[in-house]
Ligand binder design. Structure first.
Ligand code: ADP
Ligand code: SF4
Length: 697
């Protein structure tokens, strides 16, 4: 059952649906999906093409690719991007352009030559850039880039021009000259940090802009007036005088103001541009991009994790942007423009700014999204962010637990048309996101609940019961044929985690020991000095430490990892987290394991030398691992012999109640259950999803 579409656009939003001329092309509206990486790339090209096509279906006027490596002398293995190394790569790109064109959107391609960002682990070519410098990777690769000579520069210009011709053959309307995010040769030539040249390509602003200007001219020539040629540039590196900064970049833009067909503005590096909601508000780029439009007669696009439609309108009205650039808002809701157009603002699935999407690219795995579990599953599992298959039966489903998993399952089953009963022990919907969104910096996470709560109010076939902590007897007494258990998980109190996989004996000495659940329940440590032992390594340890520091505790954060919250490298938050903790006065001790605790002190042991030290700790907060709330599932399992007599056929346990993981795992698990209910039973001997197999040479 798919919601009927009504067209009732609020006239205040008409301005967002005005066409904008982009060189020789015209976009039908101002909704612009800027390039974004996704971990699909050359390994999963059809999945990537279908994902982009669905964005076009959702109403984006422009839909762009991710980085497309255009020459084998610069590639960023192990990261998985698209490639346009030779003519044989054209069909992959063409498939993407076709999917985008099928819904009347313009297709954009971001040509990238990473230069000194790519160690060339696959091609084993020698990286090159403006200067002799170590390659700039996340992993400090022991590889240097060599300084390009004038012949290298001529070659690179030729390769870029060839790539523009190939991209045009593939059917793209917009072909980027990419000079942003510290990610490519053009950015490196612009920035004094990377460019120490004394020839005509170094030194003065005019000289540093020279190569960018030449590449734009080459691209315009190769495009032959058939494709728009924008420039993507970083307005600031947020390094003060040491890096590119707004004044300097404004002067650079002034040099070539009307040469490209339009401008796409970002901050640099990518972590500054795509900050999480914990570290930046919606539109945090605005002070940096304001005023750029005055320097050029050409349209300007910029990003800011915009999900507020009123904010988008004001950006256009104030003359800051012509096009609203979105990456994450388009991932969380590929149908955002269509919903604005149809007057369905309340149906927008707002991005929560968690950067789980980024973690796909940074772990070389297909993109996933906390809010939109269909992301990257459009082709391989046939899921659609808005359309669902009608119910195949009217057999009711009882869902126990209204956290992200239970809510997603109830919403999708409800939309499919199943009779659903959702039972929740507490008095509100949302489970862990309600509790976690009250922690410092995580307020936007409540949107996981809010979107689904809003959808459920429109589904009369979903009944919700609060204050209903169900037992196995309750469940058996109700007589539902199918039960879904999504009862969540509880933080462990025994210290078991990544480092200690058996119970921590030192804890037997007792003391004031708390878990994140205690803190979220409002129970605070008794003494003044607190050790937060983080063996979880995602956000929770740092957030708890931050909360306690704000409450006035003397906080000592201890982890066996080499840095605070180390997994948040995958969400590009690690440096922001460690900085905030240090600024809050939190003492950070790394590479130590917790050897003993009691009598108001902890013994820490160096993980390398085994040397021990003691530290004061009136209280200890264990942020380690969680255990499934499996009581109900276990009870039901033991009474399996009487299920049929009670009318019960099937019990499934999902998400945190099965194996605790991220909120994105929970919404995905809820979606999967709802998508697969009553689907034909497939063989478990083959993968239940489509994939592309490398063609043998
Ligand atoms: P997940 O992330 O897997 O969705 P959460 O912990 O966020 O899990 O949510 C689980 C929800 O289940 C919580 O709101 C909790 O109150 C509820 N719950 C737990 N046990 C029961 C039960 N026996 N009956 C009804 N609701 C329950
Ligand atoms: Fe937004 Fe998080 Fe989804 Fe990324 S994963 S689009 S940040 S909700």
């Amino acid at each position: 059952m798919n919601a009927p579409v009504t067209t009732a656009r609020d006239p205040r939003y008409d301005i967002l649906f005005e066409p904008v001329k982009l060189g020789p092309k015209v976009t039908k509206n101002r909704f612009y999906q800027v390039p974004h990486c996704n971990g699909l790339g050359y390994r999963d090209p059809t999945a990537a093409a279908v994902m982009r096509g669905i964005k076009a279906e959702g109403g984006w006027g422009v839909v762009c690719t991710e980085q497309v490596e255009f020459h084998h002398t610069s590639e960023i293995t192990p990261f998985i991007e698209l490639r346009l190394w030779d003519e044989r790569d054209i069909p992959v790109l063409a498939r993407m352009a076709e999917h985008i064109h099928a819904h009347d959107a313009l297709a954009g391609v971001e040509l990238a030559y990473n230069g000194m960002n790519g160690p060339n682990l696959y091609s084993r070519e020698v990286p090159m850039g403006p200067s002799h410098l170590p390659v700039m990777t996340f992993t400090y690769d022991p590889v240097q880039s060599r300084r390009m000579d004038l012949e290298d520069i001529r070659n690179l210009r030729r390769w870029h021009q060839t790539a523009v011709r190939r991209a045009k053959t593939a059917g793209f309307d917009i072909i980027y000259v990419y000079a942003a995010h510290t990610f490519g040769f053009l950015h490196h030539f612009l920035s004094r940090r990377f460019n120490d040249r004394t020839d005509e390509y170094g030194g003065s602003i005019k000289n540093r802009v020279r190569l960018l200007k030449e590449v734009i001219e080459d691209s315009l020539e190769a495009a032959g007036g058939d494709c728009a040629i924008p420039v993507r540039i970083s307005v600031d590196e947020l390094l003060g005088e040491a890096g590119l900064h707004k004044d300097e970049v404004e002067e650079m833009i002034g040099e070539i103001a009307d040469l490209p067909d339009f401008w796409d503005l970002t901050l640099s590096g990518w972590d500054n541009d795509s900050r999480t909601s914990r570290f930046a508000e919606e539109g945090h780029e605005e002070p940096f991009i304001s005023g750029i439009k005055k320097l050029t007669g050409k349209p300007v696009v910029g990003v800011g994790r915009y999900t507020s439609v009123d904010r988008m309108v004001s950006l256009v009205k104030k003359g800051i942007l012509d096009l609203i650039g979105c990456a994450r808002p388009s991932i969380a809701d590929p149908f955002l423009p269509a919903k604005v157009n149809e007057g369905r603002i309340e149906d927008i699935r707002e991005c929560i700014g968690c950067n789980i999407c980024v973690s796909g690219d940074l772990t070389m795995s297909p993109i996933r999204c906390t809010q939109n579990p269909t992301m990257a599953e459009e082709w391989r599992r046939g899921w659609h962010p808005e359309k669902v298959r009608p119910a195949r039966s009217q057999e009711p489903v009882l869902i126990v637990g209204a956290g992200p998993a239970g809510l997603e399952a109830a919403t999708v089953l409800g939309k499919r048309g199943y009779p659903v009963t959702l039972a929740e022990a507490g008095t509100v919907l949302g489970g862990r996101v309600v509790r976690e969104s009250r922690l410092p910096g995580l307020a936007a996470w409540i949107r996981v609940r809010d979107y689904r709560q809003g959808q459920l109010t429109k589904l009369p076939n979903v009944e919700i019961y609060f204050d209903s902590k169900l037992t196995a007897d309750d469940v058996l007494g109700f007589g539902f044929p199918r039960v879904l258990i999504a009862t969540g998980a509880t933080w462990r109190r025994d210290g078991i985690g990544h480092q200690h996989t058996t119970v921590l004996p030192p804890l037997e000495r007792g003391g004031d020991i708390l878990t994140p659940d205690d803190i979220m329940d409002g129970c605070l440590p008794n003494g003044r000095t607190v050790i937060v032992w983080d063996d979880d390594h995602y956000y929770m340890g740092s957030v708890v430490a931050e909360k306690l520091a704000t409450e006035g505790y003397v906080v000592h954060y201890v982890t066996p990892a080499p840095e605070a919250a180390t997994w948040t490298r995958a969400t590009m938050e690690q440096t922001f987290i460690q900085r905030r903790m240090l600024e809050a006065g939190i003492r950070i001790t790394v590479a130590r394991t917790l050897a003993a605790y009691g009598n108001r002190e902890a013994t820490l042991r160096c993980i390398y030398t085994g040397r021990e030290e003691t530290c004061p700790a009136d209280s200890l907060v264990l942020v380690t691992a969680r255990l499934p709330n499996a009581g109900l599932a276990d009870e039901l399992r033991t009474s399996k012999s009487i299920w049929l007599s009670k009318g019960l056929r099937d019990v499934q346990v999902i998400a945190d109640a099965l194996a605790p993981a991220t909120i994105a795992h929970a919404t995905y698990a809820g979606r999967k259950y709802a998508e697969e209910l009553d689907a034909p039973i497939a063989s478990d001997e083959v993968p239940p999803f489509l994939r592309e197999i490398t063609q043998l040479a």
